[in-house]
Design a protein around this ligand. Structure first.
Ligand code: COI
Length: 366
């Protein structure tokens, strides 16, 4: 189906970022956004591009009280030929469908997601950053928006897509792969079996903030979560999936418990490693095994993977106040190669040998 959406241009264009090499993570938002409504009996309707400005929301709107919401994280990249492309959007659409099902939110068809992204890019393409390490973060989100204090699924929903020119979440976007310190969290938990760990919902992150603050006390950027049942196995890092290279094996937590976010970057890392002939295992890894490997020198690398995090090497693991340096605090060999090929494929500087990119058909001259 061919979608055409009405556009209301902003009368108050925003100031552009002055320095593309210091964007930070989503500190700027573009001039426009995509909005669409859902009503029971009517389905998704009234897609439109409007100025990205504060919206009115009733203080009794159910999302503000019971958090029936979901979001996605995607990115667009500027190719050397000026074309804007996104990365594996079918995977985001599938994950959205699984999150929607868990949160009893109406499913949003993939074609609307893509059409909405294209529509807002048509207005704001010239916001696309081009400096090394940058991209346009795309944040689609849906929330129950109905005046109701009944703890029941809403009948009306709002869908919005925001665009934010950005650098990576952890490291600077100076082009160099920096490393971060990570704190093993053994008191609080992120997700239990049967909960919402596999879904992309705000509550997963709101509930994690106490633990992230604790990590800061140890001079760590974020936490490495342990499983909820036994506090024994490593699961994921605050905003991203986690990979551990012990000897010649690269290990990441399996998805079958339903407590791990099925990252699109995680899946891409696994596929790339398999293609390169690197042994990669989706298996349980206990903190004991990890610490033993750190002590005997077989722990070669740890890195985070995510849309926001891209590939972020971890230079030090802190367990109960004790530091375990990883790869002498430098970016490891596998993380560096992954970053090179993944970000290269995304930005079109490396040939897309996996068939993952999706050009929007919108170009911009920089
Ligand atoms: C993403 O990587 O896109 C996320 O949604 C994580 C978020 C906490 C920045």
């Amino acid at each position: 189906m061919d979608y055409t959406f009405p556009v209301t241009r902003t009368k108050h264009p925003k100031a552009r970022p002055q320095d593309e090499n210091n964007l930070g993570f989503c500190n700027y938002f573009t001039d426009h956004m995509f909005m669409m409504d859902y009503d029971e009996g009517q389905g998704w309707h009234d897609g439109r591009v409007v100025p990205n400005e504060p919206i009115a929301i009733d203080p009794a709107s159910c999302v503000l009280h019971y958090a029936q919401m979901m979001f996605e994280g995607m990115k667009a990249y500027l190719r050397p030929d000026g074309e804007i492309q996104i990365f594996r959007p079918d995977m985001n659409a599938k994950r959205m469908a699984r999150t929607a099902e868990r949160m009893v939110i109406p499913e949003l068809p993939e074609e609307i997601l893509i059409a909405g992204i294209k529509a807002v890019f048509k207005e704001d393409a010239d916001w696309m950053p081009s400096a090394e390490g940058t991209s346009m973060y795309i944040r689609p989100f849906i929330f129950g928006n109905e005046i109701s204090f009944s703890a029941l699924p809403a009948k009306h929903y709002t869908f919005i897509i925001l665009l934010a020119p950005t650098g990576a979440y952890y490291a600077s976007n100076s082009g160099k792969l920096g490393t971060s310190r990570i704190y093993v969290q053994d008191t609080y938990i992120r997700a239990a079996k049967g909960g919402t760990g596999f879904a992309k919902v705000g509550g997963n992150y709101g509930g994690a903030m106490r633990a992230s603050l604790e990590a800061k006390k140890y001079n760590c950027k974020d936490v490495l979560w342990l499983d909820a049942a036994e506090h024994k196995y490593v699961e994921e890092i605050g905003t991203s999936n986690a990979f551990f290279r012990i000897g010649d094996e690269v290990i990441t937590a399996p998805l079958d418990s339903g407590t791990i976010l099925p990252g699109i970057t995680r899946d891409s890392v696994i596929q790339l490693l398999k293609k390169w002939g690197v042994k990669v295992s989706e298996r349980k890894l206990s903190l004991d095994e990890l610490v033993a490997a750190a002590k005997d020198g077989s722990l070669k690398e740890i890195f985070a993977s995510g849309t926001a995090a891209v590939i972020s090497p971890i230079g030090c693991l802190n367990v109960k106040g004790t530091d375990y340096p990883v790869a002498d605090g430098e970016a490891g060999e596998i993380a560096t190669r992954l970053y090179h090929d993944l970000y290269g494929i995304q930005t079109g500087t490396v040939e897309d040998y996996m068939g993952w990119t999706y050009p929007l058909g919108i170009s911009v001259k920089k």
